[in-house]
Design a protein around this ligand. Structure first.
Ligand SMILES: *Cc1c(COP(=O)(O)O)cnc(C)c1O
Length: 435
């Protein structure tokens, strides 16, 4: 299996190179050259396999010969080492809980898979790998946890000081070992531009292999399709489900659509968007127009120009009419989000985080017009990650999982930097020389 750049100006590469470099030299996203077609015996008998076997069967087609099968089996088993239950709210509606991983967001699975692939590839590298990420919250915590203790890899995470939640900050800054957190005295854009400058610094890269762990990396993107296989393993209606996915950068939903294109039986996808609704407007009008990011209560989806959407377009050969048959989208404001979470609590006694509440609203909207439909809403974060918001809406206390209680007692360790590249570079040189 090879991957080509969606900008068409760079050579195709194997899974190893695509995962190590993240982005093609022409700045395009990598995309599989052929879509594997799943054997019908596999798709029709999902339940005859364990989750681990299923994960391996699906992903081995994408890693090709770059990872030995026994290693890939171990990587899959470790990456999915937490429950992913499909919870029934009613006859028509189920919730796929993707938030039971160590940092309580769906990003755990992709980060856990990617870190293990890179650690395997690091064994045959002559330079040390440094993973550099800028985060506004969830990505950083999933990456920090996923890469903790991985041989041959140092991780440096930049986050805007005072602008991530307390829980996120604890998750980012208390791990130690090969994970370093830098508190940037600025905003998220400052963090991102520092990372960009580092990537264009050839001098630094003669010493180390610098890579990123953002959501466009295929080693994070591809394993997310497993969510949809695990959902269908637990689905007990004969009719295929409509799947509603809270969407920001469109990586998660794109992976679901990839699974459908390779043969998984999903009826349709709905991208649940907050007011950052460029894809919703595109499907309405046929015009793709990016917009400045709007701040909302579902902030992990505050994305004005979703980087993975181009992959979805590629899956439909850029034919908007074909796309419209299988993907719809909605645009949900903060007031509707709060109402949705209250309604779900009052009706089903089930607590939603704000991202999943956007999906709940989108489902209700769809179900009014499609009375026979059966659906799954994908829950991307644990409500505890947004405790303040949930408390303000419902006035209830949430029970903390054990892992979080332990986190409270750990000690934050960061260094503070002014957003100037010279400071970051001095720091990174220190990381490099600490063999
Ligand atoms: C990252 C994130 C999203 C958006 O996922 P994409 O793959 O970028 O569309 C949605 N919800 C939560 C809680 C997230 O952390």
């Amino acid at each position: 299996m090879h991957y080509y750049s969606l900008n068409q100006q760079a050579p195709a590469v194997d899974f190893r190179a695509a995962a190590l470099y993240g982005q093609a030299p022409d700045k395009g996203l990598y995309f599989p050259q052929q879509l594997p077609q799943l054997r019908s015996t596999l798709v029709n008998n999902l339940r005859s396999l364990t989750r681990e076997e299923l994960a391996f069967e699906v992903l081995k087609q994408y890693t090709g010969t770059t990872i030995p099968h026994s290693t890939l089996q171990n990587i899959c088993t470790a990456a999915i080492d937490f429950p992913i239950p499909l919870i029934s709210l009613s006859e028509e509606l189920k919730v796929l809980e993707l938030f039971q991983g160590p940092t309580l967001s769906f990003k755990d699975l992709g980060a856990r898979f990617m870190s293990r692939c890179l650690s395997y590839f690091a064994q045959s590298m002559d330079k040390k790998i440094v993973v550099l990420v800028a985060t506004s919250g969830d990505t950083g915590s999933a990456v920090a946890d996923g890469f903790l203790g991985k041989e041959g890899i140092e991780v440096v995470i930049l986050y805007p000081s005072g602008k991530v939640s307390r829980l996120q900050e604890l998750q980012l800054t208390t791990l130690g070992s090969n994970i370093r957190a830098i508190e940037v005295e600025g905003n998220f854009d400052d963090c991102q531009s520092l990372v960009k400058t580092a990537f264009s610094d050839q001098d630094y890269q003669s010493h180390i292999f610098l890579t990123s762990a953002n959501s466009i990396n295929i080693a994070r993107w591809l394993p997310q399709q497993l969510f949809y296989f695990f959902a269908l393993q637990q689905w007990n209606h004969t009719e295929a489900p409509v799947i509603v996915v809270p969407s920001g950068n469109f990586g998660n939903i794109g992976a679901g659509i990839l699974a459908k294109k390779t043969g998984l039986g999903c009826k349709q996808f709905i991208a649940a968007c907050n007011q950052n609704d460029v894809v919703y407007r595109y499907l309405q009008s046929g015009v793709y127009q990016t917009a400045p990011t709007v701040h909302t209560c579902s902030n992990a989806m505050d994305v004005g120009n979703p980087s993975n959407f181009v992959r979805i377009n590629e899956l439909y050969r850029h034919d908007i009419n074909m796309l419209r048959r299988e993907l719809s989208a909605s645009s949900v404001n903060d007031e509707q989000t709060a109402q949705a979470m209250q309604e779900c609590w009052n009706t089903f006694n089930y607590v939603l985080d704000p991202h999943t509440a956007v999906a709940y609203h989108s489902w209700k909207d769809y179900a009014i017009r499609n009375k026979e439909a059966k659906g799954i809403i994908v829950s991307t974060a644990h409500p505890l990650k947004f405790e303040e918001w949930v408390k303000a809406q419902l006035n209830i206390e949430l029970v903390k999982p054990k892992a979080l209680e332990q986190l409270e007692n750990r000690k934050k360790s960061t260094i503070k930097l002014k957003p100037e590249y010279k400071n970051l570079k001095d720091y990174l040189m220190g990381v490099y020389s600490r063999e």
